[in-house]
Structures are given as structure tokens and as C-alpha cells.
Write a protein that binds this ligand. Structure first.
Ligand SMILES: [Zn+2]
Length: 214
């Protein structure tokens, strides 16, 4: 009974969406991605299907042109205001600017399969109660001024899968230049050197969008 209800509410809309947006290309790559998403990464796919169901129930819309043959399902609207959110192979609120960032989260889930969500959850829990990131946090650029900022500028920017994605974003923009990822303080040595070279007001990649991704 319960299983039937879950299938009706979660699996059916997901299956419909995969076909509707033509998420997987009919190619060896598409078949491979589909196989991974429905075996090793199945837990993430189920989580994504649940996320999709919630979005559709809220009246949000699929975005077929954005995700056709991309191995994922895009929802046009943001699930959390100000953020793009990725769960499994479902992306809500993605834009051209954050597509590579969100795609990396899709790939991280495929890579780690059933370990991905536990490792993300564990890191959020650990960094919430034990903020070791405090010591390398860029307090000037991202001041922690209250409990909300503690999570949005602190914990969130430093959990492993976000730190990885933001580091890649910075590499996309700056190549091998020594620019730290958002939230990360540059090392004292590099900071001193750059200060001599470029003046005291250069503080790394603070222009980089940090509120439109997750
Ligand atoms: Zn992210």
C-alpha cells in the first residue's frame, strides 16, 4: 500500500520527467549515465525524484531546453530562494552561470553513489557543531554576523562538496592564478606577496557569485 503510494507520488512523475525532457541521450554515454543513476547512484536518484515531486507539487516547471540530453532534470524555479539546488540528478533554479557548478554536484553524487548524501550530511553536522573552518575562513570578506550567516557564509561554503565546486569555479575564471575560493582566506605568505604586488584592496574572488549556488 505504502510502496504503491510512493511509486505513484515519486517514481511516476520522475519517470515522466525523464522522458519529457529527454534527459539521457540515445548514445553509449547516455546509456551509461542512465545505468549508473539507476544502480550505484540509485539512492541519490530516489532523493532527486522526491525533490522533483516536491517541486512539481509546488507548481514549479520543468525546463526541457536546459537539460535535454544533459543527463539531468532541470526545474526552472528555485527551490530555495536565492539558491540553485541540486539533489541527485535534479537541479532546481539552474542558470547558464552556475550550470557547471551544479553539474559537478550531479557528478559527485554519481561518483560516490550511496556514500554521497551521508558524507555531505556528516560534514554539515560536523562543521555546524565543530567549526574548524573558522581558522581558515575569510572573515573580512564573509563576516559571520549571526546564526544565519554562520550557515550561509560559514558552514555552507566549507563543506567538502561545496568547497570542491567553488574551487573549480575559481579555476574556471582565473586558471592557475592564486585566487582563493569564496570564503577561504588566502595564506599569509601569498597574501603578503600579493599585497606588495597588487595593493591592499585586492581580496581574491569576492565578486564571484556565492548566493546563487548550492
Ligand atoms: Zn554547490
Amino acid at each position: 500500500m505504502l510502496a504503491g503510494a510512493v511509486v505513484a507520488v515519486v517514481a511516476v512523475p520522475y519517470g515522466w520527467a525523464v522522458g519529457h525532457v529527454r534527459a539521457y541521450p540515445l548514445s553509449p554515454r547516455g546509456v551509461g549515465l542512465f545505468a549508473v543513476d539507476h544502480s550505484w547512484s540509485l539512492v541519490n536518484t530516489i532523493a532527486g525524484a522526491g525533490f522533483l515531486a516536491v517541486n512539481l507539487a509546488r507548481g514549479h516547471h520543468l525546463d526541457p531546453p536546459r537539460c535535454c540530453h544533459r543527463g539531468r532534470i532541470d526545474v526552472h524555479e528555485q527551490a530555495i530562494q536565492g539558491y540553485a539546488t541540486t539533489l541527485g540528478n535534479v537541479v532546481a533554479g539552474g542558470t547558464a552561470a552556475n550550470e557547471r557548478h551544479e553539474d559537478l554536484h550531479v557528478r559527485q553524487a554519481r561518483l560516490l553513489g550511496p556514500l554521497y548524501l551521508p558524507l555531505v550530511g556528516l560534514n554539515y553536522a560536523l562543521f555546524s557543531v565543530l567549526p574548524v573552518w573558522w581558522f581558515y575562513h575569510d572573515h573580512d570578506g564573509y563576516p559571520i554576523t549571526g546564526p544565519g550567516r554562520y550557515f550561509t557564509r560559514g558552514v555552507y561554503l566549507h563543506v567538502w562538496h561545496e568547497a570542491w565546486a567553488y574551487r573549480r569555479d575559481v579555476r574556471d575564471r582565473y586558471g592557475d592564478l592564486p585566487v582563493p575560493r569564496p570564503g577561504r582566506r588566502r595564506s599569509r605568505r601569498v597574501h603578503r606577496r600579493d599585497r606588495l604586488r597588487r595593493g591592499p584592496h585586492d581580496h581574491g574572488d569576492r565578486d564571484h557569485c556565492t548566493t546563487d549556488k548550492t
